[in-house]
Design a protein around this ligand. Sequence first.
Ligand code: 2AM
Length: 188
Amino acid sequence: MAAGNGEASAIRVFYALVLAPELRPPIGDIARDTARRVHGRPVPPENLHLTLAFIGDIARSRLPTLLDVGASLHGEAMSLLLDRLGGFRRAGVAWLGASRPPHELGAFAVALARALAAAGVQCDERPFHPHMTIVRRCRVSPDEQQIGPYAWAIDEFALLQSQSGTEGARYRSLSKWPLTVLPPLPGA
Ligand code: 2AM
């Protein structure tokens, strides 16, 4: 099939937690203020997310496998307290993170990586460092500091497609799945 044909083409995808809509205005403001300080480009509020597993370019024909992996996972709902702002100097990004990420987050990223490996899907194998990029192309790296905190109630995860356009990347949700609240243990 000809290059550019939708059926034959590769898609660029990753699994992520999309920032809750109610946190987009305050975190969007932090992104804009930080971008001004570090002379970078703020991530648009609707693009704010935390990546769980980065797949990158993959044949569109493998999409059913990625959807099956997402549907097969059972993760727990969690609360993430965003309370740190810092930078990855070499990548030229500023990020928000948590000084005490819930153990459910790391456990879920590991479960996802294992499910992808079992399905024969290659993904970025670097250790999971949960962070939300808020500014790209920073000319200076921000000093790490305390912010907020902003409590983010996380009850779903998504498979996102990255589409590059004239104004930068846009992320399209291909599917999303719930993270569930576990019932309390009997007698607890
Ligand atoms: P970043 O925010 O630290 O750049 C979409 O690009 C998402 O996938 C971003 O959250 C990005 O992290 C993450 N990601 C992880 N590994 C990547 C890679 N090798 N190339 C591009 N994005 C990557």
